[in-house]
Design a protein around this ligand. Structure first.
Ligand SMILES: *[C@@H]1O[C@H](CO)[C@@H](O)[C@H](O)[C@H]1NC(C)=O
Ligand SMILES: *[C@@H]1O[C@H](CO)[C@@H](O)[C@H](O)[C@H]1NC(C)=O
Ligand SMILES: *[C@@H]1O[C@H](CO)[C@@H](O)[C@H](O)[C@H]1NC(C)=O
Length: 416
């Protein structure tokens, strides 16, 4: 009986659903037409979402028609009209320019046109999308600057402009996106200074990798302190290690590899209370400065990559004392001296999964605990050093020779 009642009531709500007026707001229809028109006709292939956009029927009334089968979502709004709330096109190779489009979709909360071949400038009118929460234009060919008006999207939470040809500087108006959680603008041609973004209180992830950014605003609070992940790999940052990260109490991932950073890697960053992964590889750091006697440790650090720098001195023993460290890469620097027994112990007990020390000036015997290790038990390399013997019977000696006596004598850097 209950079930029958349920069936009847669902059937009646189904009927009700059929009878309600699902007419799309006329301005949304105009805006959809304009969007379709801005896409090159030849790029709208049969079977793609846009090819189903046939304006002979109402866009939001598409449930039982063959038209508008994908790409939009509507929500019923007051006054018997439906509003377009989501546009998410397929990656069907659409080309064209949105430069002069008006984008009058006041109820849109998601616009996803990623992974196509759209080009030209981003429209200033992006700020017409006043309820937008998610904007994804990744993997297209958009060029010119990011429009300043993007800062006028009060509800924006996710901004994905990565993998385009965007150039010029990053607009400081991004600092007005008070709800933003995730900013991905990597793989563009952005240059100049990373502007002040210190007012953002909700952003967890900021990726500006693979651009040509030359500096970070010197104000130590210019980066959002809420960041969990900050990726600025492969840019053009010069000078000393930025100090912005020291007071970010949630930061877990920091990647500043492939920049032009110089000077010392200071102890504070390796004592960071929440940092788990740090990569400073492929820079020109020349030293690690450890405050002797400091008892604090980066207690969350799991992976430390300082490879491909110009770091002098002895291998820092304290790295073996980081309680969670599992991957340590110090390859291709100018480290000298002997391999600390702490390192060998950590590898032999499987605390370290990776220990890459190749391409330095290390000398002395191979520490005992390493000698009994089986190939495949960890990723270890000691090649290209000044180890007196490193026979190929040890897997960590394979894949390269030791430096010649002459190289080691002449080029072995001085212990400071
Ligand atoms: C946009 O409008 C401007 C000014 O009317 C015009 O010069 C330009 O060619 C248009 N761009 C595109 C891609 O339609
Ligand atoms: C990167 O920016 C610098 C100026 O900071 C400029 O000299 C250089 O040509 C730019 N490189 C590229 C690849 O655009
Ligand atoms: C060891 O790690 C390095 C760096 O990630 C990687 O390139 C290499 O392939 C790894 N080697 C093995 C044997 O897993």
């Amino acid at each position: 009986m209950k079930q029958l009642h349920f069936l009847i009531s669902s059937f009646s709500s189904f009927l009700f659903f059929l009878l309600v007026n699902t007419t799309t707001h006329p301005r949304d229809i105009e805006a959809l037409k304009e969007l379709k028109q801005s896409i090159d006709l030849k790029s709208i292939t049969p079977g793609s979402c846009l090819s189903s956009w046939d304006f002979s029927v109402d866009p939001c009334d598409h449930i039982f028609s063959d038209h508008f089968t994908c790409g939009i979502r509507c929500d019923y709004s007051h006054a018997g009209l439906s509003r377009v709330t989501e546009i998410g096109l397929d990656s069907a190779g659409y080309s064209g320019s949105l430069t002069n489009i008006t984008l009058l979709f006041p109820y849109l909360h998601t616009l996803d046109l990623s992974d196509n071949s759209l080009s030209g400038s981003l429209p200033e009118t992006i700020s017409n999308l006043i309820r937008l929460r998610r904007l994804s234009l990744s993997k297209n060919a958009f060029s010119d600057s990011i429009p300043t008006s993007i800062g006028s999207l009060p509800y924006l939470e996710e901004l994905y402009l990565d993998d385009n040809q965007l150039s010029g500087s990053i607009p400081s108006s991004l600092n007005k996106l008070s709800h933003i959680k995730d900013i991905q603008i990597q793989q563009n041609k952005l240059s100049g200074e990373l502007p002040f973004l210190g007012s953002l209180k909700n952003v967890c992830s900021l990726d500006v990798s693979d651009n040509n950014i030359s500096s970070i605003s010197t104000n130590p609070y210019s980066l959002p302190i809420s960041l969990i992940s900050f990726l600025m790999r492969n840019n053009n940052i010069k000078g000393g290690l930025p100090r912005h990260f020291l007071h970010m109490e949630y930061l877990e991932v920091l990647d500043l590899s492939y920049n032009e950073l110089t000077g010392a890697i200071t102890w504070e960053i390796l004592e960071h209370p929440s940092l788990q992964q740090i990569s400073l590889s492929h820079n020109r750091f020349s030293a690690i400065k450890w405050l002797s006697g400091s008892k604090k440790r980066g207690k969350e650090l799991i992976a430390v990559d300082l490879s491909y720098n110009e770091i002098n001195g002895l291998l820092p023993k304290f790295l073996a004392d980081l309680p969670k460290l599992s991957a340590l890469s110090l390859e291709h620097n100018r480290f000298t001296g002997m391999i600390p027994s702490g390192y060998a112990h950590k590898v032999a007990t499987a605390s370290f999964q990776r220990l890459l020390l190749g391409g330095n000036y290390l000398f002395g015997p191979i520490p005992g605990p390493l000698k009994s290790m089986k190939p495949g038990s960890a990723n270890v390399s000691l090649v290209d050093n000044c180890l007196y013997t490193c026979p190929g019977t040890f897997f960590f000696c394979q894949g390269g020779q030791q430096k010649s006596l002459i190289q080691c004598k002449n080029l072995r850097p001085k212990v400071p």
